[in-house]
Design a protein around this ligand. Structure first.
Ligand code: NAP
Length: 289
């Protein structure tokens, strides 16, 4: 068996093309969707993510603002800016790039964003709505994964799903979405005993661990759908400097039924779903949804 590759790059491009008409329809009503991205400090990886988010907006005709602060900025300055953006009619989505410097209270900052503009879906109100099975904004990475299941024709109801990782950004919301879709879900973490015993009985494995090539072919059930959320930069060996996922893709190809590559898998879907959430926010505000 050779696994089918789920092409996140192509799916992301297809979705973004489809967004253009929705953006144009809103712009025609004077309600062009707008995203504000706040970056504190000069972390190189965060700078790349923020640039890609802003460019992703502009490429489909949306409005976008990048707001940058020095790493030592007072938290209150950022909170005041968020308060202004909450009432800015040109802005429908507000995103604070994580991680924040150590002197910030991350949850206080995330809770300061108006829930109806919280396009990352990290505000407690939106997390609660997702847990209740009635989401307003779905966190972008797991939202992208759900679109990939849809595209791959994966029926989740009744399936055994194992999520490796329990972060608020990926693992937990991913587990909630799979539960809502009718899968039987196991969420693993660094304390899990005999991880492979869980993954070997899974029809679906989602890896969000942050460890290169962590999931190997011998950990999989034949035919499993494997979603690799990980983005790791290899520090040594012949591929030093290259990106790699949490899954040993080459070693899993003969066992898995479908698998996502890194790069070109979940990564491009994450920003796409951020655009989707911002358009949805603008449509809601315009009374279209
Ligand atoms: P995180 O907050 O560091 O969480 C990692 C999770 O993996 C934790 O829950 C941890 O368990 C678990 N873990 C670590 N070692 C383990 C082990 N030996 N067995 C089982 N579980 C283990 O990371 P994250 O923010 O969720 O991100 C995960 C990965 O996805 C990273 O590579 C990140 O760069 C990537 N990512 C990609 C995208 C994208 O757009 N594709 C978006 C977000 C993140 P404990 O809780 O017990 O420590």
């Amino acid at each position: 068996m050779t696994a089918r590759m789920i092409d996140g790059k192509a799916l992301a491009e297809e979705l973004r093309q489809g967004f253009k008409a929705r953006v144009a329809a809103l712009a025609a009503k004077g309600k062009k969707p707008g995203l504000a991205v706040i970056l504190v400090g000069a972390d190189p990886a965060s700078e790349v993510y923020v640039r890609n988010k802003v460019n992703g907006c502009l490429a489909i005709g949306m409005h976008s603002e990048k707001i940058v602060y020095d790493a030592d900025v007072d938290q209150q300055v950022v909170l005041d800016r968020i308060a202004a953006l909450n009432t800015d009619p040109a802005i429908h989505g507000i995103l604070v790039q994580l991680p924040l410097p150590a002197h910030f209270d991350e949850s206080k900052v995330l809770e300061a964003i108006a829930a109806e503009k919280d396009v990352d879906g990290f505000h407690a109100e939106n997390v609660g709505a997702l847990a209740q099975g009635n989401p307003r904004f779905i966190p972008c990475t797991p939202y992208g994964v759900m679109k990939m299941f849809e595209q791959g024709g994966v029926d989740l109801a009744g399936k055994e799903a194992v999520v490796i990782g329990r972060s608020n950004i990926v693992g937990k919301p991913m587990a909630l979405l799979l539960i809502n879709a009718g899968a039987t879900v196991t969420v693993c973490n660094s304390r899990t005993r005999d991880l492979a015993a869980h993954t070997r009985r899974a029809d679906i494995v989602v890896a969000a661990v942050g460890k290169p090539k962590f999931v190997t072919g011998d950990m999989l059930k034949p035919g499993a759908v494997v979603i690799d959320v990980g983005i790791n930069r290899l520090l040594e060996g012949p591929d030093a400097g290259k990106l790699c996922g949490d899954v040993d893709t080459a070693g899993c190809l003969d066992v898995a039924g479908q698998i996502t590559p890194v790069p070109g898998g979940v990564g491009p879907m994450t920003i796409t779903m951020l655009l989707a959430n911002t358009i949805e926010a603008a449509e809601r505000e315009a009374g279209i949804r």
